[in-house]
Unconditional design. Structure first.
Length: 307
């Protein structure tokens, strides 16, 4: 009897270990499905992104705010820059920085619209390394929101094992906040990932930190939460849908199917019956930081920007 009991216990232990191994393998398979497939930086990529110009994109905006749809405008500025890995700022002397010099895709996302008598101006900056095999996570993200009631500033900096979060707000309930957050995919980095990885995003369920704009507009603490990414395709576009599991938020992004994989449109649906929409108007490539003269204002006409 004792021998049989021992045999049973040994078999039970092996069975339990096997189950755990099967579960671990299943978890690994699930994770593998959403891993990045880093694309080599080929000649086509270099010829477009390393010529001393930025890609400037203007979008018409229908912005949901305070229970109504507001007309506005978005400008997305994509550009590659030398970035300090340690200081997490643009390098002044990249040739002397050595291993501290990381090439990033920077996205400046500028959104403007009016609410009644007063206006909103929102700027988000995202810094995503081009070499995602060596640097798999976005290094820095910050967002500032200015409107007539006041302004807020939010920033995430990548540390060794987490994102360091800081926020400064005029709202009493928020005030000045500082905390560490688990590393997760950022909603704000989806567009830079699309541009770097040949129009592709990881599919399936993943941990995602929802957008800083959604966090501020809805007064929700920024956090990593479950989301699922899926896609559909047409002959000319790849269309992504991001569905949050624990929040009533769905984001879609429509992407040009061919290089350079421009962002054609996107929507944001927070379940209130009103959908924010942005549609591409015009895209040009210019060294805009050199174009400061009055004569350069014609470039604004070329981008079809609102006067």
């Amino acid at each position: 009897m004792t021998h049989l009991l021992k045999t049973y216990c040994v078999l039970a232990i092996f069975s339990l270990l096997a189950c755990k191994q099967d579960k671990k393998a299943a978890d690994t398979a699930t994770t593998a499905e959403i891993q990045w497939n880093p694309a080599a930086v080929d000649d086509e990529f270099k010829a477009y992104w390393y010529t001393g110009k930025a890609e400037l994109n203007s979008y018409s905006l229908k912005q949901s705010r305070y229970g109504e749809i507001r007309d506005g405008e978005v400008v997305l500025i994509f550009v590659t820059e030398p970035f300090s890995l340690s200081k997490q700022v643009k390098l002044d002397n990249p040739d002397a920085a050595g291993a501290d010099n990381v090439s990033v895709m920077k996205l400046n996302n500028i959104r403007k619209f009016n609410t009644g008598i007063y206006d909103y101006s929102v700027v988000s900056s995202t810094f995503t390394p081009i070499n995602s095999q060596k640097h798999p996570h976005t290094l820095k993200l910050n967002t500032s929101i200015q409107e007539w009631c006041g302004h807020t500033f939010t920033q995430l900096n990548l540390k060794e094992s987490n994102y360091h979060f800081q926020e400064f707000s005029y709202f009493e309930a928020e005030g000045d906040t500082e905390k560490d957050m688990p590393i997760a995919l950022l909603e704000d980095e989806l567009m830079t990932r699309i541009r770097i990885h040949k129009g592709q995003l990881p599919l399936g369920k993943t941990n995602m930190i929802f957008s800083t704009l959604y966090s501020r507009f809805n007064h929700k603490d920024l956090e990593a939460t479950k989301a699922e990414i899926s896609k559909t395709e047409t002959d000319s576009t790849t269309n992504y849908t991001v569905q949050y599991v624990n929040y009533n938020r769905t984001v879609t992004i429509n992407v040009e199917k061919q290089f350079p994989y421009k962002i054609l449109a996107w929507t944001e649906n927070n379940g209130d019956g009103l959908i924010t929409e942005a549609q591409l108007k015009k895209s040009i490539n210019e060294p805009y930081w050199e174009q400061k003269k009055r004569s350069d204002e014609s470039k604004r006409d070329a981008l079809q920007l609102i006067k």
